[in-house]
Design a protein around this ligand. Structure first.
Ligand SMILES: C[S@@+](CC[C@H](N)C(=O)[O-])C[C@H]1O[C@@H](n2cnc3c(N)ncnc32)[C@H](O)[C@@H]1O
Length: 198
């Protein structure tokens, strides 16, 4: 579905490199290193990182997105490796990456796939690696219950999923406002701990 969407229509989230990422890189909180853009879409964030000294890999399971990302990379003149891959069962991409990035991917996945994604993230990162998660996040209203898990995290979920492995800092967000879309989001910058639980 995603692949057809990318090939046939402009996608609403394809809005260039994102402000939180730009701010974190320009302020030096995230420094050039080997980086991976998880669910990179058409590659704007990945290309931005490459333009700022990162050695970047972008992965997305939508072939149509990767085709567009490759065309954008070729036009930009920077070097980014793009690959088609499923983050719930990623093959052919090896870490460790010093920085992993997710804009709007984890919140797309079912709860079962979110757990597999966390396994993938742990394989791709190492102690000290940073991880930026930008996600839709709000408590479901009653009519949203059937589909909320395919579009948003619930408050506290990022801490529950990543807290055992990462120190977590909320770096941006929007409080719930039903007049907006999305009604709420959060961005978390995490650093993987030196010691994992047994
Ligand atoms: C909302 S879009 C965001 C794309 C990009 N991060 C951006 O900000 O422009 C979600 C992306 O996640 C990708 N995606 C969803 N599930 C995936 C999975 N299991 N493995 C890899 N990519 C996935 C989709 O193809 C889509 O490109």
């Amino acid at each position: 579905m995603y692949s057809t969407w990318y090939r046939r229509f402009p996608v609403p989230w394809d809005i260039g490199p994102r402000p939180e990422l730009i701010e974190l890189v320009k302020s030096g909180r995230i420094k050039p290193c080997r980086a991976i853009d998880l669910g990179c879409g058409t590659g704007s964030n990945a290309i931005f990182l490459a333009q700022h000294g990162f050695e970047v890999t972008g992965v997305d399971f939508a072939r149509g997105a990767i085709e567009k990302a490759v065309a954008k990379r070729n036009a930009s003149g920077v070097n980014v490796e793009f690959a088609v891959g499923d983050l719930t069962d990623l093959r052919g991409v090896s870490g460790p990456f010093g920085f992993a990035l997710d804009y709007g991917v984890l919140d797309d996945l079912t709860h079962k796939d979110r757990a597999k994604y966390v396994d993938t993230l742990l394989k791709l990162t190492a102690p000290g690696s940073q991880y930026l998660l930008w996600c839709f996040e709000w408590a479901p209203r009653w009519w949203e219950r059937p589909w909320h898990q395919f579009m948003a995290l619930v408050p506290g979920e990022a801490e529950a999923r990543f807290g055992p492995y990462f120190d977590i800092d909320k770096v941006a967000g929007q409080e719930f406002d039903s007049s907006k879309y999305p009604p709420a989001f959060s961005a978390y910058l995490m650093r993987r701990r030196l010691h994992l639980p047994n």
